[in-house]
Design a protein around this ligand. Structure first.
Ligand code: C2O
Ligand code: CU
Length: 442
């Protein structure tokens, strides 16, 4: 991707006129407005046809929402597309009624209608919002955007950059290919695109020696993105919004749909900071920030941990444990028994009993057992859980875990947020075809 490609996107999509709505100062007092509507975006490089999509406030991705930790923010959603919709705030541990899941937490928002959301995010970090109605179609068509919840005392950096990795299935005309409900796709890896790119919220040049915070979000509907960075040296400081107590070395990453990684790093290249997808035949450049000039002073300070969010530690001695099997998919005989392509925890729809009903404040251990031939990215709404190691130790806090074929991963969680919470595969084609259930916290 060349720099002007993104500028074209920004100009064509009208980011500038709405930017004023989204400054932190206004966010504290005024309701923000998100309008879902048809948009035209220059996804392909300059000189190729533009793509008719869906977006928020004239662009896809939608505008960056900057929220303050612990502060209430009202957001008015208006649906101006020709399908029902609703907005989910992925990873925010907010009130159940605001979670944006039609059929579980609210009614569908009909075309021409709206919904008033109000969010009080308890955790700082990197999150995102996306449609949660026919998400496998509406997210593929562009209905998503990034969220930053600012730390009360943010780290010392020069630039904060959101990097969304996505893929699109495009036709030669530049239009999105139809077939969102393809059973063949849903029984395999989902709807994979034929064109991939990293989208930056701001791709202006950086200087050698500057300290950057990169917030990488996999916004693809179904693709597990391998991501590698070049031109910087630094540390991984957070996963799925949650700070690591000890920042880690930056290695090659494998991001399930919806997973996030925050990195703080210094620019060491004279040419570019590159976001790469390492593929069998070499590194594919998803996007770059060009380097121009040199910062006056390079920081010598070590990259410190971000301030911790207050996430409850599960009580494993008194936990309620439940087996959550991933089943089905192509080449798997269980399909017939499930009466759907996929199943999760012996279920395939939210009108069935929840996979777990638990008293508020209690801990549970979910054994995520992948008995299929495909990887899955399992996401729990309204909570973060801890991935456990084989010896039972609590590892990283996440809201979405990548579980490989034949892998069993235990995750432990304090269910302290009352309500009805979806648990599903974030490969949205798998979710469409039955890989979903829910948890009730009473
Ligand atoms: Cu990112 Cu059920 O959502
Ligand atoms: Cu899946």
């Amino acid at each position: 991707m060349k720099r002007r490609d993104f500028l074209l996107t920004a100009a064509g999509a009208g980011l500038a006129p709405v930017a004023g709505l989204l400054t932190p100062a206004q966010a504290a007092s005024t309701a923000l407005s998100l309008v879902a509507e048809p948009v035209t975006v220059q996804i392909l490089p300059d000189g190729n046809p533009a793509t008719d999509m869906l977006g928020f406030n004239g662009s896809s991705p939608g505008p960056l929402l900057r929220l303050k930790q612990g502060a209430r923010q009202a957001i008015r959603f208006d649906n101006k597309i020709d399908q029902d919709s609703a907005v989910h705030w992925h990873g925010l541990r907010i009130d159940n009624a605001m979670d944006g899941v039609p059929g579980l937490t609210q009614a569908q928002v009909k075309p021409g209608h709206g919904f008033d959301y109000a969010l009080t995010p308890p955790d700082a970090g990197t999150y995102w919002y996306h449609s949660h109605n026919r998400s496998w179609e509406q997210v593929a068509r562009g209905l998503y955007g990034p969220i930053i919840v600012e730390e009360a005392s943010p780290p010392d950096i020069d630039r904060d950059v959101v990097v969304m990795v996505d893929d699109w299935r495009l036709m030669e005309t530049g239009g999105l290919a139809p077939g969102y409900d393809s059973m063949h796709d849903q029984a395999h890896q989902g709807r994979l695109g034929n064109y991939a790119r990293a989208l930056f919220d701001d791709d202006s040049t950086v200087q050698r020696g500057q300290r950057l915070r990169l917030r990488i979000i996999n916004v693809a509907t179904d693709r597990v993105f391998p991501v590698k960075l070049s031109g910087i040296e630094g540390r991984v400081v957070a996963l799925d919004g949650m700070p690591l107590s000890e920042p880690r070395a930056i290695e090659e990453m494998l991001l399930a749909p919806a997973q996030r990684v925050d990195i703080i790093a210094d620019v060491t290249s004279d040419a570019a900071v590159s976001v790469l997808a390492p593929l069998r035949d070499g590194d594919y450049v998803l996007g770059e920030l060009k380097v121009e000039g040199k910062a006056k002073e390079r920081r010598t300070s070590a990259i410190a941990p971000l301030p911790a969010n207050s996430l409850g530690k599960p009580d494993l001695a008194n936990s309620q444990d439940v087996l959550v099997k991933m089943e089905g998919g192509a080449m798997n005989p269980r399909i017939m028994q499930l009466n759907s392509i996929w199943g999760l925890g012996g279920r395939n729809d939210i009108n069935q009993e929840p996979v777990l009903r638990i008293e508020r404040g209690r801990s549970a251990r979910l054994r995520l057992a992948n008995e299929t031939l495909f990887p899955h990215g399992i996401h729990l709404h309204g909570h973060h859980f801890f991935e456990m190691s084989a010896d039972g130790a609590l590892g990283d806090a996440r809201d979405t875990s990548l579980v490989m074929p034949d892998q069993t991963l235990d995750v432990a969680c304090v269910f302290d947020n009352p309500g009805k919470w979806l648990l599903h595969c974030h490969m949205l084609g798998h979710q469409a075809a039955g890989m979903k259930t829910w948890v009730e916290v009473i």
